[in-house]
Design a protein around this ligand. Structure first.
Ligand SMILES: Nc1ncnc2c1ncn2[C@@H]1O[C@H](COP(=O)(O)OP(=O)(O)OP(=O)(O)O)[C@@H](O)[C@H]1O
Length: 161
């Protein structure tokens, strides 16, 4: 029984390691994370709840999960075909295309769920009118930019790369 629990814990650990790899090494994954953070902050500001919030979570999870699968496909292609081959190109390009299609539809879902022109205009005007809010937003944009473009760390599977 304890062995099985330990094996379950290990399998979660491997999954987290895969997610950690994407955070450290995949810029596009970090872009999706930052977009998700801003979308969720906006959803909180707009008091989005219930089924609409659930749909938002599902959509964000779908994009991130697909990006993980895309990274897995890229790693497999690099493993089996280090040389440039037409089939390898098809595999990489179609996997990337799948992420693009889902991300575009996720943007559409987000726009529909968060489209509240009056509240958004109030947020914009309040932010422009309040130096503290404006500075907080600018600081968050700087941190987001550093996270997306400057954040790159070692890997828990370093010996395999
Ligand atoms: N082994 C290969 N054979 C043929 N074309 C390839 C191969 N590897 C990459 N390519 C082409 O080069 C493009 C970029 O591939 P690359 O491996 O540099 O980046 P990526 O891993 O697909 O994307 P990113 O690292 O930005 O997430 C691919 O989409 C594909 O069109």
């Amino acid at each position: 029984m304890l062995n099985k629990i330990a094996a379950l814990g290990r399998s979660f650990g491997y999954a987290l390691c895969g997610i950690g790899h994407c955070i450290r090494r995949e810029r596009n994954f970090r872009i999706h994370l930052v977009a998700a953070a801003y979308v969720l902050a906006l959803a909180a500001y707009l008091h989005i709840t219930g089924a609409r919030l659930a749909l938002l979570f599902l959509t964000i999870g779908g994009v991130l999960a697909l990006e993980l699968v895309n990274t897995a496909a890229e790693a497999l292609v690099d493993l089996v075909s280090p040389q440039r081959r037409p089939l390898a190109k098809i595999a990489k390009d179609t996997a990337a295309g799948a992420v693009l299609v889902f991300a575009a539809s996720a943007a559409g879902v987000g726009a529909v769920l968060l489209w509240q022109p009056r509240a958004l205009m109030t947020l914009l005007l309040d932010t422009l009118a309040s130096p503290a809010r404006f500075l907080a937003l600018a600081a968050s944009a700087l941190v987001a930019g550093w996270f997306v473009f400057g954040f790159s760390r070692g890997d828990c599977n370093k010996e395999n790369l």
